[in-house]
Design a protein around this ligand. Structure first.
Ligand SMILES: [Zn+2]
Length: 66
């Protein structure tokens, strides 16, 4: 299962993005959310940390098996 992280620096629109471990857009200033089979589960956990969380488009389409 891939590890998911929450970017602690929000985007200009105020949303924080959720990334898998090896995403190049993931910054060092991040929160480890845990390991999930579905990206949607990671997003739900991210919403406990911030009011707005969205999946990184790149990570949301990434297959965990690739
Ligand atoms: Zn990403």
């Amino acid at each position: 299962m891939p590890s998911y992280y929450l970017n602690r620096t929000p985007r200009p629109d105020g949303a924080h993005t959720v990334h898998v471990q090896h995403c190049p857009q993931l910054t060092l200033y991040r929160i480890h959310l845990g390991e999930f089979t579905q990206a949607g589960e990671a997003r739900r956990v991210a919403l406990r940390h911030c009011a707005q969380a969205e999946l990184c488009p790149r990570c949301a389409t990434d297959s965990p098996r690739r």
